[in-house]
Design a protein around this ligand. Structure first.
Ligand code: PEP
Ligand code: CO
Length: 448
């Protein structure tokens, strides 16, 4: 690791998962243009998120991080963004109501376009092409021109992020996220299910509480009731893109990656001497790092020392994605080692990425019950170690897709083809997401 950090110091370290851009001139031009664009988020917002996550680190709040595995450039309508926001708001309100703690909401949204791949190429019927690396790099269609990495897509990623963020800011600030709209977040597909009805009853409880508070003379017209803070996040995978959006804050002089409020490092790019750690150790945003089943306690401690040497609460979230059958074996020693060293980590459970498998029909899927097994075991481990479980990290959409099996509808492997729309990993649909939130809420209520 270099001792002097600057936004480009990662260039001296090995960088995994970077695309092979065809024409370097085009890449330089795109990065140069990005460097002149306005920031998407402000340093002050990122600092605020660090503070709020700091409360999660000390057990005074819960974090919910959720959204697509990979967002698409095909923003066919505002409706899909709105429906994703609705589900996140519903989940957050369920968690907040049951746990009686604030819920910090972080979307995998407005920039989640780059994907790491296990292989750089894909072969179909004897023909081999570059793998799909997310819309920021290439297109999913399996032909030569679609799969060629195109640096102009970096600018399209910026524009799509800006449009999405603009809509989210309008939805969350403009009255739509008002707590008195709690019934309206229950979209038709969800409302017509048992879990949707359960939500309706909870929403009626919130109405009664608000009426009671108004009757007592409290001001329920306060901004805290009318607005919601939804922060953005994505995997900081393409370091050229992230560097181009990194700016020095005029107030503190610190560097912030202004492509999103929070950035995370994926399981495949968390080598200690690698470029991703080098880049993210120097920006002052809150940072996440995935930790999979091969993580040793000393690996986890080394990540904490590299990414949060000053032990600032909220600066570092470790996202456990072990797999339901491994979390009980692997996580306890990590928790102990990191806690004993005094690191104020925000712990998070990603029950999705360790539990993916392929069906006989060739669909990549995840089973709702297994996802819940990992969450439950994760909570058990924290209980045993006397640490705060923090929150959950999941891949979801508000739509009525059929990508994960099980859940309240007992979605079968045979039904996966009905509406399998993800461009990367399988997501929970609106009903399954709300179902998960109620389960997590019960675990949180028991925990306290
Ligand atoms: C993801 O979050 O979509 C992802 C690729 O996760 P991981 O790095 O944990 O495999
Ligand atoms: Co994923």
């Amino acid at each position: 690791m270099t001792t002097t950090w600057h936004p480009g110091s990662w260039n001296d370290c090995p960088a995994g998962q970077q695309p092979e851009w065809p024409e370097l001139g085009d890449l330089d031009e795109a990065l140069h243009e990005l460097g002149a664009r306005p920031p998407l988020v402000f340093a002050g917002e990122a600092r605020r998120l660090t503070d709020q996550l700091g409360r999660v680190a000390t057990g005074q709040a819960v974090v919910l991080q959720a959204g697509d595995c990979a967002e698409s450039f095909d923003l066919s309508s505002a409706d899909a963004i709105r429906d994703k926001l609705k589900v996140i708001l519903q989940m957050a309100v369920v968690l907040q109501y049951s746990a009686g703690l604030p819920v910090v909401k972080v979307g995998r949204i407005a920039g989640q376009f780059a994907k790491p791949r296990s292989s750089g190429t894909e072969t179909r019927d004897g023909s081999t092409l570059p793998s799909f690396r997310g819309h920021i790099v290439n297109d999913i269609t399996f032909d030569q021109s679609s799969r060629r990495p195109d640096p102009k897509r970096l600018l399209q990623a910026y524009n799509t992020s800006a449009a999405t963020l603009n809509l989210l800011r309008a939805f969350t600030r403009g009255g739509y996220a008002d707590l008195r709209q709690v019934h309206n977040w229950n979209q038709e597909f969800v409302a017509s299910s048992p879990v949707g009805e359960r939500y309706e009853r909870l929403a009626e409880g919130i109405d009664r509480a608000l009426n009671f508070m108004t009757a007592c003379g409290f001001d329920t017209d306060d901004a805290a009731m009318r607005q919601v803070e939804l922060y953005t996040s994505h995997e900081a995978l393409l370091l050229g893109y992230e560097q181009a959006l990194t700016r020095q804050d005029s107030i503190t002089g610190d560097w912030y990656d202004c492509s999103a409020h929070m950035l995370w490092i994926g399981e495949r790019t968390r080598e200690l001497d690698g470029a991703h750690i080098e880049f993210l150790r120097g920006v002052h945003n809150p940072i996440g790092c995935k930790i999979g089943p091969s993580t040793s306690p000393s690996d986890a401690l080394a990540l904490c020392n590299a990414l949060n040497p000053d032990q600032i609460p909220g600066r570092l979230t470790l996202i456990s994605r072990m797999g339901a059958d491994k979390v009980g074996d692997v996580l306890p020693n990590i928790l102990r080692t990191v806690t004993d060293a005094g690191h104020p980590v925000v712990w998070q459970c990603d029950p999705m990425h360790g539990n993916t498998y392929e069906t006989e029909m060739g669909f990549k899927t995840r089973a709702f019950d297994v996802i819940m097994d990992e969450v439950r075991e994760y909570f058990n481990v924290h209980k045993a170690e006397d640490t705060w479980p923090g929150g959950v990290h999941c891949e979801l959409t508000g739509d009525a897709v059929t990508e994960c099996v099980g859940g309240g509808d007992a979605l079968s492997a045979e039904s996966l083809g009905d509406r399998y729309e993800t461009i990367c990993d399988p997501r929970l649909n609106g009903r399954q997401s709300l179902d998960l939130a109620f389960h997590v809420a019960e675990l949180l209520a028991d925990f306290r």
